[in-house]
Ligand binder design. Structure first.
Ligand code: PLP
Length: 465
C-alpha cells in the first residue's frame, strides 16, 4: 500500500511503515521507556467509533481503558461532535482574562448544578494537574487572607505575622498529576522519588494515622488533599468504609480545608456522578478533569465553596486577587464539548444505565480468582484493578525485568483489546457506554491474556504486536 490520499484532512497520511518511522524518529512518549518503544512495533490509532479504536490498517480494538480514563459516551459521539463543530463556526478561542464566553459561562452553571451542593464557583484550567495546582494555591492563599483562625494557639510564625497555615497533608500512594506542585502532594515513589529535591514538603498520612497527624499539625495545615473512595494511579486502592465522613469531621474540627481530587473518579466512573456522593461527603474544593468533556478535549475545573471564594474579595489595591490563569482557560470548544457531555448524561440516563454494566463487571471478575497469579481484585463502579503476584500466598511480586503487566496487555492487544497496566496491576476502565457484549469480550480477553502470560512459560518475554 502506497501513500493513501489525504483528502479528508489537512495532511497526507503516509504509509504505515513511514508513519512508524516518523513516530520513532520525532516523538517522545509519556511514561514510556523509549528504548523499548523504539524496539517495538508501535500501534498507531487513526480513528475511533463507539467503544472501539481503529489502527492505520483498519484493525479494531475495544477501548478497555477509555483512552486513559477519559472517554465517557464513546468515540465519535454525535452530539459532542456536533456541539464542537457548531462552536467552531462561532469562535474557537477567546480569553477568560477580562472577558467571558458563552460556553464557559453556561458550563460553569451546569457544573455547579451537578456538583456537591456547597460548591458554588468554577475556576477553569486545562488538565488534572493544573486543577490540583489551582486547588493548592487557592487553599494556601485563603489562609493568608483570613489569617490564623480564632482559637488557634499562637505559634512563632503567627507572632511574626507570617502565614502559618501553609502545609498540605496528603496520603501514601496518592496521585494528583505530574507538575511540580501536584507531585509535591503525590505519594507514589516510583514516579515521585526522583523529583524530591525539587518539591515542597508535605505531610504524608495513611488511613490509620491521619487523625493523629491532622491534630498534631493543625496550626500549619492549609488543606488535606485526597482522591475520594479510590486511589486510581496507585493501582485502584479502595478506602475504608466511612473514611470520607471521618476525614470531613477531622478537617472541620481542626480548621483545615478539604480538597477532593475527582479527576479520575468524576463523571460517572464509579457509578455516581462523583465518588464523594457514595458517602455524601462534600469537600471545600474539588478538582475535575479527565471525563469532563466526555474524553474529547483538554479541560479541567476547580470548584470551590462560597466561603473560599469570598475570602478573595477585596478592594483592587488590596491584591486579594487570585493571580493564576492558563492561556487556554475556559476554551470555548472544550466547554462546548463538556456541555454536550453533560446533556447526554441527562438525556440517556447514563449513570442509571451504567449500573447493570457495573454488576456484570463485578460478576465477571469473580472468575478471575481461579487464576493462580491473581492476588487481589479491586473494583469501584467501572474502575478495576487486578493485582498480580509471582506467588500469591507469600505476596511475592514479579521482578521489574519480567514486565508482567506489559506482556499481558500486549497479548490482549493481539486479541483486540487495548488496556494499560499500572505495574503489576491490570487496569480495566471501559467507557460508560460499553455494551453488554463488549463487556463480555473485555472480560474474556483480559482473563485469557492473564492466563496465557502468567501460566504458560512458553510465551516469549516480549510478544511482538
Ligand atoms: C490523571 C489524574 C490527575 C492528572 O491529570 P492530568 O490531566 O493527567 O494532568 C490528577 N489526579 C488524578 C486523581 C488523576 O487520576
Amino acid at each position: 500500500m502506497g501513500c493513501l490520499s489525504g483528502v479528508e484532512g489537512p495532511y497526507m497520511k503516509p504509509s504505515q511503515k513511514k508513519l512508524k518511522h516518523i513516530d520513532k524518529k520525532y516523538l517522545w512518549h509519556p511514561f514510556t521507556q523509549m528504548r523499548d518503544w523504539e524496539n517495538e512495533d508501535p500501534l498507531i490509532i487513526e480513528k475511533g467509533k463507539g467503544n472501539w479504536l481503529y489502527d492505520v490498517d483498519g484493525k479494531k480494538y475495544l477501548d478497555g481503558i477509555s483512552s486513559l480514563w477519559v472517554t465517557v459516551h464513546g468515540h465519535r459521539k454525535k452530539e459532542i461532535d456536533q456541539s464542537i463543530k457548531k462552536q467552531i463556526d462561532k469562535v474557537s478561542h477567546s480569553t477568560l482574562l477580562g472577558l467571558s464566553n458563552v460556553p464557559a459561562a453556561l458550563l460553569a452553571e451546569q457544573l455547579v448544578k451537578i456538583s456537591p451542593p456547597n460548591l458554588k464557583k468554577v475556576f477553569y484550567s486545562d488538565s488534572g494537574s493544573t486543577a490540583v495546582e489551582i486547588a493548592l494555591k487557592m487553599a494556601f492563599q485563603y489562609w493568608s487572607h483570613v489569617g490564623v483562625p480564632l482559637g488557634t494557639p499562637q505559634t512563632k510564625g503567627a507572632a511574626s505575622g507570617a502565614p502559618t497555615k501553609i502545609k498540605f497533608l496528603t496520603f501514601q500512594n496518592a496521585y494528583h498529576g505530574d507538575t511540580i506542585g501536584s507531585v509535591s502532594v503525590g505519594g507514589i515513589d516510583l514516579f515521585h522519588q526522583i523529583f524530591k529535591p525539587l518539591l515542597f514538603h508535605s505531610i504524608q498520612a495513611n488511613f490509620g494515622n491521619v487523625e493523629t497527624l491532622i491534630c498534631q499539625h493543625r496550626d500549619e495545615l492549609a488543606a488535606v488533599i485526597l482522591e475520594p473512595m479510590i486511589q486510581g494511579a496507585a493501582g485502584m486502592l479502595l478506602q475504608p468504609k466511612g473514611f470520607l465522613k471521618k476525614l470531613r469531621k477531622l478537617c472541620d474540627d481542626n480548621n483545615v480545608i478539604l480538597i477532593f481530587d475527582e479527576v479520575a473518579t468524576g463523571f460517572g466512573r464509579t457509578g455516581k456522578m462523583f465518588a464523594c456522593q457514595h458517602e455524601g461527603v462534600w469537600p471545600d474544593i474539588m478538582c475535575m478533569a479527565k471525563g469532563i468533556t466526555g474524553g474529547y478535549l483538554p479541560l479541567a475545573a476547580t470548584l470551590t465553596s462560597q466561603k473560599i471564594y469570598d475570602a478573595f474579595h477585596g478592594n483592587y489595591e488590596e491584591l486579594k486577587t487570585f493571580f493564576h490563569g492558563h492561556t487556554y482557560t475556559g476554551n470555548p470548544l472544550a466547554c462546548a464539548a463538556a456541555l454536550a457531555n453533560l446533556e447526554i448524561f441527562k438525556k440517556e440516563k447514563t449513570i442509571q444505565k451504567t449500573q447493570s454494566r457495573i454488576k456484570q463487571l463485578k460478576k465477571g471478575l469473580e472468575k478471575f480468582r481461579e487464576l493462580k497469579h491473581v492476588g487481589d481484585i479491586r473494583q469501584l463502579g467501572l474502575m478495576v484493578g487486578i493485582e498480580l503476584f509471582k506467588e500469591v500466598e507469600t505476596k511475592t511480586s514479579y521482578q521489574l525485568t519480567e514486565k508482567i503487566g506489559i506482556r499481558i496487555i500486549q497479548h490482549a492487544r493481539k486479541l483486540g483489546v487495548i488496556i494499560r497496566p499500572l505495574g503489576p496491576v491490570i487496569v480495566l476502565m471501559p467507557p460508560l457506554s460499553i455494551t453488554e457484549k463488549e463487556m463480555e469480550f473485555l472480560l474474556k480477553v483480559t482473563f485469557e491474556s492473564i492466563r496465557v502470560v502468567t501460566e504458560n512459560g512458553e510465551n516469549p518475554p516480549f510478544i511482538p504486536l
